[in-house]
Structure formats: structure tokens, C-alpha cells
Design a protein around this ligand. Structure first.
Ligand SMILES: [Mn+2]
Length: 200
């Protein structure tokens, strides 16, 4: 699926775990005038209860998308009271300052390739998000144009192929290549969000 805005070229690959009809991962992307936000939530377990948690988190992010990541994380925690819980990655890019801010709790991977091909992998905070408030690490850094960003749930096993996929000119082509390398149904729900920051 392609969700692209003016500055960010976005494409998504999603597939549910073998034997499951419903994917427990949910994702979000929104580009506004000053910034964009994206997120992947992976609900604990699989099937409908996993999806219930991940979708509740994504709905909270959508509703509060104008707020800071710190504030959004609090809303995410609140909606997880009496739900299973989820691992979560959230990222914002400020178009004016060209600063990317991100966090991830649990196994949501974030890998950024800068214009010269240099790779940065964000190390997530361990654990998961639940109805209890918890601490998390926010990262901030300058980002080049163009840059390629991969955000993905732990169903993505062959992360090393991002090194060459990142050189393809569009997110749509990256997702097509990634998809053609998925020979079998995955062992876990799989979501890959590819974003190319292409224009000021
Ligand atoms: Mn998972």
C-alpha cells in the first residue's frame, strides 16, 4: 500500500502470521505541513486480542498526533489499561529543523540510511507498553535529504537486505522487492513501513 505525502514517499508491506487471518500489528502514517508522524504497534500475542491492543494504540496516536512523542506515549499507555499491551515504535520528522525524533519500546526496529548510505540502527528500550506508565528513551538526530527509513515489527527476519534495498529509488520498489523475497508465510505478524524523505 502507498500512503505518500509531498515530502515523504511511503510504502507498507504487511502480512499476518501463518495460520492467522487477522494481523496483530497496526501502523500509522500522517504527513502534515510542518511534520510527519509514523508508528507501528505490535499487540502482544496474536489474533484479535493482539489487534485490539495495537489498534487502540494507533487510534490514540492518530487522535493526539499534534502533541509531543512524550505526551502521545502517555495516551498510548492509558488506552492499554485492561488490554494485553503492545510493543510500539513512534517517529516524527520536523520538516523545518530536519530533525527526526523517535522512540521504541520492545521489538520495533528503526533503521535509517543517510544520503551517503551510512546506516544507523536505533536500539529499542526492552519490554512492552501496558496500562502502567514506564520510562523510555527518546532519540533525536538531524536527517539528510534524501534518507531512507525502515520501521518494522519483529516478523521481519531478513533485515540485512535493507542495505541494498535502501538504494532503490522509491519506497514502492523497496516494498515490491521485499515482498518478492518473502517465500513463505511468516512465523510472526510482519509489518514493514518504508519512508524516503525526498523533498524539503
Ligand atoms: Mn510480533
Amino acid at each position: 500500500m502507498i500512503l505518500s505525502g509531498n515530502r515523504i514517499d511511503v510504502a507498507v508491506f504487511q502480512e499476518s502470521k501463518a495460520g492467522k487471518h487477522l494481523c496483530g500489528d497496526s501502523y500509522y502514517f500522517h504527513e502534515a505541513e510542518e511534520e510527519c508522524i509514523c508508528a507501528i504497534a505490535d499487540g502482544l500475542g496474536s489474533g484479535i486480542l493482539a489487534r485490539d491492543s495495537s489498534q487502540a494504540v494507533i487510534d490514540a496516536i492518530q487522535q493526539h498526533r499534534h502533541k509531543s512523542i512524550e505526551a502521545i506515549m502517555k495516551h498510548c499507555s492509558q488506552v492499554l489499561v485492561n488490554r494485553r499491551g503492545a510493543v510500539l515504535g513512534i517517529m516524527k520528522i520536523d520538516f523545518k529543523t530536519k530533525v527526526v525524533t523517535f522512540t521504541s519500546v520492545g521489538n520495533i526496529g528503526i533503521v535509517i540510511y543517510s544520503r551517503d548510505g551510512k546506516k544507523t540502527r536505533h536500539i529499542p528500550s526492552p519490554g512492552y507498553l501496558s496500562g502502567y506508565r514506564r520510562s523510555f528513551q527518546l532519540s533525536r538526530r538531524k536527517i539528510d535529504i534524501p534518507s531512507t527509513i525502515f520501521m518494522f515489527s519483529d516478523g521481519v527476519k531478513n533485515e540485512q537486505q535493507f542495505d541494498h534495498l535502501s538504494r532503490l529509488p522509491s519506497s514502492g520498489e523497496i516494498v515490491d522487492w521485499f515482498s518478492s523475497s518473502q517465500y513463505e508465510k511468516p512465523e510472526d505478524d510482519t509489518t514493514l513501513l518504508v519512508m524516503k524523505y525526498i523533498s524539503t
